[in-house]
Design a protein around this ligand. Structure first.
Ligand code: SDX
Length: 425
């Protein structure tokens, strides 16, 4: 129960409305407004910026302080000391795994990386020119056709198996989408390889010769996956939760998250950043684009800048910027023109009052694309990489929501349309 209350006095309603106020383990207090509907009143919060849609123990963000915690662990420490699979375990189970638990988890993921052969046929229905996100959305939803009848989402062990399956199969499906687009045969996952190394081999290997991924690039990619693993109630995670609230098949719910992530305002921004840097083309044109970003009559926005929650800096961007330097130096492309433009663009923007006043800083998408391009991943696959990273977060929120009694999500509205009128006689 709550020991704090909020008192709401609404003109025209005689009675003062008293609402409970709850505190979490940290962060803003929340006002429980559920009884308002009985008073014939809704709250109004398009985009839900002031709305806590649920209670969660998975991730905490402090936008002003640039803090991101996964189950209490700072993202900077996880990026330095953990890896993508261990962080996936942490998100899903709430604690870091013991060596035995990690070994069991790795084996479970390892032995669920293959997909049903008929998914290969399914992909053949897509045009080669299909965007990889369109294909990924389709094939992940198609998994619900294979794991449906015997899946009981009310059972904890069934949910954990579904979680392991979708984490394990996402890299395989992602690489299959890429291979379909370039007309090459898909590569089967190899069990001795780690997740990122396996993915790079499925992306760039062919049946014609052995392929060995660079450990440096595999490690950089693993860290990128880790940095994208979860981010509280962002648009795609909220979509997964809302879809899951009707009891839908988890694979279909993850597909709804992929659909929401695709947009350039969300996960599609990493692809849009590279397109933007390419359009800028030369450091001499940066001021022109900064001017466009500030021009209210120009729809152009600086992709990779700004954030709904972070109003100081995105801690993930800081880590990724550091990886950028390492990977580009390792590959001998430290003088990459796009990286040069990105660093110059960041410097100019951060000294410009327009961006300072609006607290617009580089976000997770600003530098990630430069690393992916350096690794050799095509721009059209960037958001697919984001989806692979975000999968453990999506499925952890699905599992958390279904672990407690839940109700179908059903927002209301402020209606401003026509009131009752009769059809002309
Ligand atoms: C992700 O939610 C998450 O956690 C998301 C994410 C995750 O991990 O899940 O972190 C991943 O989606 C990162 C964001 C990737 N998107 C982009 O990089 C696209 C470019 N950024 C913008 O579209 C925008 O900043 C958003 C969508 C990210 C945030 O939008 P907001 O908070 O609604 O910002 P706003 O529209 O309220 O903007 C406030 C002001 C406006 O100017 P004024 O009307 O006050 O004069 O800032 C301006 C905006 O025009 N502004 C920008 C800008 N972003 C905001 N101006 C130029 N370039 C930009 N990028």
């Amino acid at each position: 129960m709550s020991d704090k209350m909020a008192r709401l006095k609404i003109d025209g309603i005689e009675e003062e409305i008293v609402l409970p106020v709850y505190s979490g383990s940290t962060g803003p207090v929340v006002i429980d407004i559920r009884k308002l509907v009985n008073e014939g009143v809704f709250t109004y919060d398009p985009g839900f910026l002031s709305t806590a849609s649920c209670e969660s123990e998975i991730t905490y963000i402090d936008g002003e302080a640039g803090v991101l915690l996964h189950r209490g662990y700072p993202i900077e420490q996880l990026a330095e000391k953990s890896n993508f699979l261990e962080t996936s375990y942490l998100l899903l189970n709430g604690e870091l795994p013991s060596p035995e638990e990690m070994n069991d988890f790795e084996n479970s993921i390892r032995y669920h990386t293959m997909v049903d052969e008929s998914i290969h046929q399914f992909l053949l229905g897509f045009p080669r020119t299909a965007h990889p996100m369109a294909m990924l959305c389709g094939v992940v939803s198609a998994l619900s056709a294979f794991y449906h009848d015997d899946l009981d989402i009310e059972k904890d062990d069934h949910r954990l198996l579904a979680a392991h399956r979708v984490i394990a199969k996402m890299p395989t499906l992602a690489a299959m989408c890429y291979k379909h687009g370039i007309g090459q045969p898909s590569m089967y996952p190899l069990n001795p390889l780690g997740l990122a190394e396996n993915f790079l081999r499925m992306m760039f290997g062919t049946p014609c010769e052995e392929y060995k991924a660079s450990p440096i690039l595999a490690n950089a990619l693993d860290t990128l996956f880790l940095l994208h693993a979860d981010h509280e109630q962002n648009a795609s995670t909220s979509t997964v939760r809302l879809a899951s609230s009707s009891g839908s098949n988890p694979y279909a719910c993850i597909a709804s998250g992929i659909a929401a992530l695709w947009g350039p305002a969300h996960g599609g921004a990493n692809e849009a950043v590279l397109d933007m840097l390419g359009e800028i083309g030369d450091e001499s044109r940066i001021s022109e684009f900064i001017g466009r970003a500030k021009d209210k009559h120009d729809p152009f926005r600086l992709m990779g800048f700004g954030h709904r929650v972070y109003k100081n800096y995105d801690p993930r961007a800081t880590v990724i910027r550091g990886i950028c330097d390492e990977v580009l130096d390792e590959l001998g492309v430290g003088n990459d023109p796009l990286f040069r433009i990105a660093k110059r663009l960041e410097k100019i923007a951060l000294e410009d009052d327009y961006f300072i006043e609006r607290k617009l800083f580089p976000n997770v998408d600003f530098y990630s694309g430069i690393i992916l391009k350096a690794i050799g991943i095509p721009t059209s696959m960037f958001t697919v990489i984001f989806a692979m990273g975000r999968t453990p977060g999506w499925i952890a929120h699905w599992h958390e929501m279904l672990s407690e009694p839940y109700r179908i999500g059903r927002p209301r509205q402020l209606y401003t349309g026509k009131t009752h009128r009769d059809y002309p006689a």
